[in-house]
Design a protein. Structure first.
Length: 315
């Protein structure tokens, strides 16, 4: 279903009806702002996503001040030297009459801070898995509570989302423990697929989240290669070489060099072009833990006793 005013598409009639309520994300103000966005020259898809986020964030300020304050409390600060993209986006959002409650307008500092919070806290919601096609992001969403989970390159929990589920639940995400977690141990997620090589992981964490990872896995893998910082023109070949080297270690051929090989044998989905993480299904109503593991990417189900063998059960 498509809104006739701003031409925004909804995933279902139920979603459209919910959006039409007076306290939702698709208020008359946001509809006018989205219609105005169509006249704003945005060639870059990422800038278009960010412009949509700014509209949603300011609309949130009008319909739910507590929720907006919670958004503003998340990690991400305004930049002292805004990028040209930030200035361009601020120019757009400033050209839209502000919603009720923000009649004073939106400052460049607020625009910059909101964009930083989007970058550092948004979860990518992916297209359905297909073996013959690389997955792409279909949407982004900020889940304030889930944003407090820190990163680890060998996580003890992972995220499941069900975008194609029934109306009313298809925007939920669920965090499940991958295995038993000792008391007082922090629950951590991986911010990207766990089979990424060291150089790619460090690059993403530095560019998007502003930190260098020093988890146990990274402390081991940083010594595997000493040419990670060579010329950009050599990076593609290096990454292929790193990937081959990583595969050998992840399959347990050299446990002395890679003491975490067991994690990849037991908890990394081996389905072609997947790279997902396995976690047990929720406990039964009587409190019994499940012995069936589910992949958080392709949805494949495997019994625990089959993890070291060839047996598997597909959804």
């Amino acid at each position: 279903m498509t809104c006739p005013s701003c031409w925004i598409s909804f995933c279902s009639n139920g979603c459209a009806s919910l959006a039409a309520s007076s306290s939702s994300s698709h208020t008359p103000w946001s509809c006018r702002a989205l219609a105005h966005l169509r006249t704003f020259a945005v060639a870059d898809a990422d800038l278009l996503f960010q412009a949509n986020f700014l509209i949603a964030a300011l609309n949130l300020a009008a319909v739910s001040s507590p929720s907006f304050l919670r958004l503003m409390s998340l990690q991400g600060l305004s930049s002292e030297n805004p990028s040209p993209e930030t200035l361009n986006l601020h120019s757009f959002i400033s050209s839209v009459p502000p919603p009720k409650g923000l009649e004073c307008g939106v400052s460049l500092e607020m625009t910059s801070a909101l964009l930083a919070k989007d970058k550092q806290n948004a979860f990518g919601l992916m297209e359905p898995f297909r073996e013959d096609k690389e997955r792409s992001v279909r949407a982004y969403g900020i889940y304030p509570t889930a944003s407090f989970f820190n990163h680890d390159c060998l996580p003890n929990a992972c995220r499941f989302d069900y975008l194609d589920g029934p109306d009313g639940k298809n925007t939920d995400i669920i965090i499940r423990a991958i295995h038993d977690i000792p008391q007082e141990r922090e629950v951590c997620l991986s911010y990207f697929p766990v089979n990424w090589v060291y150089a790619d992981r460090q690059r993403r964490l530095s560019e998007d989240y502003g930190f260098v990872c020093k988890c146990d896995r990274c402390e081991v893998e940083k010594n595997w290669k000493d040419d990670d910082d060579d010329d950009a023109g050599e990076e593609e070949g290096m990454e292929e070489e790193d990937g081959d080297d990583s595969d050998e270690r992840m399959n347990g051929s050299d446990d002395g060099d890679f003491p975490h090989a067991y994690f990849f044998v037991r908890y990394l989905c081996d389905r072609e072009n997947c790279g997902g993480t396995l976690a047990p299904l929720p406990t039964s109503p009587d409190g019994m833990p499940s012995d069936v593991m589910e992949c958080n990417v392709c949805g494949r189900l495997r019994k625990e006793e089959d993890l070291d063998g060839d047996g598997a059960e597909d959804n």
